[in-house]
Design a protein. Structure first.
Length: 345
């Protein structure tokens, strides 16, 4: 009996000592679901920005292949608002999304962590039909203007209007997705379109004339993107989140290397922006400036100011502290592990 009891105690000890290892091995998701609002708006199976590079290079599939974790990608034709809806429905775990929709989501109660920057300082263009008499922002008063409401262009347009003594109620604003904006401007069912490089494409096709570009505006008026994780996922799988951010930073490093400029332009073409248009959009900028994932002061202040401005203009009801939204830990760990702590300034 004593011998049997000793054996039982030994077995219990072995089980107890191995329990943490078993638990750790099992503490991983079967699938990681990632959504992007950067799709060029046409349902293309490619995303722009740093996350688009992660997807195009298959970095996460490579990272988690031996773990047996499946990666599911969602590219939302409905851009930021659709991405927020998916977050609200717990249909995705990570999101790559523009400034205003991310602010709106957080102000509305979405439990997310802001874990890395991306798509910094992209431009918004206001276009009109080639034969239009509209030449200035003031000329938009009373006119039919197409705008994808709830996207980062919405925040930019609000700033442009305010600087010119106008507000949305002074115009006839129609909420249209990108493809619908393009079609409406071509057929002259709207008098102006507020959008991104798709307006440059229309101009190149002879279907539009640009009357305003944020290239002439304060840089803070331009658009930015960011990378987010739900608090639920990050709390349940902190190491998985760390590994994802590491791969994100690897993609940002590749996209910041001037030796890869031609390959980067090829990538943007797959994401829906013709090479010549991408060249025009990023003219005068380094790739490091565009694909910088850091939470530098200018970038953070853009979100702090965006929250205040969105509240002032009635785009959100509640404000929040941006600095408590940002979680530096994953990005800092990735930069240290990859020895990139001084790469982006």
């Amino acid at each position: 009996m004593k011998r049997l009891f000793a054996i039982i105690l030994t077995l219990v000890g072995l089980i107890a000592s191995s329990a943490p290892q078993v638990q750790a091995a099992e503490n991983k998701p079967a699938v990681i679901r990632i959504g992007s609002a950067y799709t060029a708006g046409y349902g293309k199976p490619y995303s722009g920005g740093i996350l688009g590079l992660v997807h195009a290079k298959g970095l996460l599939e490579e990272e988690f292949r031996n773990d047996g974790i499946k990666i599911e990608w969602f590219f939302f034709k409905g851009a930021g608002p659709a991405t927020n809806e998916s977050l609200a429905n717990t249909a995705i775990d990570f999101a790559y999304i523009g400034d205003l929709p991310a602010i709106v989501g957080r102000a509305g109660g979405l439990k997310t962590k802001f874990i890395a920057g991306g798509s910094k300082w992209t431009n918004v263009y206001i276009a009109v039909p080639p034969d239009s008499q509209i030449k200035t922002i003031q000329d938009l008063r009373g006119k039919r203007v197409g705008l994808f409401k709830g996207t980062n262009a919405h925040l930019t347009f609000a700033r442009i209007l305010a600087a010119n003594g106008l507000k949305e109620s002074d115009l006839k604003v129609y909420n249209l997705g990108i493809a619908d904006l393009d079609a409406a401007l071509k057929t002259k069912n709207i008098d102006a379109s507020v959008a991104w490089t798709n307006n440059l494409i229309l101009r190149t096709q002879g279907n539009a004339r640009i009357i305003y570009s944020t290239k002439t505006s304060p840089r803070d008026w331009r658009n930015t993107g960011g990378f987010y994780v739900t608090e639920k996922f990050a709390n349940a799988y902190p190491d998985i989140t760390r590994r994802i951010v590491k791969r994100y930073v690897e993609a940002a490093k590749w996209g910041s290397d001037e030796a890869n400029r031609n390959a980067y332009l090829d990538f943007t073409a797959k994401a829906g922006v013709p090479r010549a248009i991408s060249v025009e959009e990023i003219e005068g900028r380094t790739l490091k400036d565009i694909n910088d994932p850091l939470f530098d002061a200018e970038y953070v202040n853009h979100y702090v100011g965006g929250v205040a401005f969105a509240k002032e203009k009635g785009l959100i009801r509640n404000t929040f502290d941006v600095n408590t939204w940002i979680d530096h830990s994953y990005l800092d760990a990735a930069l240290k592990e990859l020895k990139l702590e001084g790469y982006w300034k």
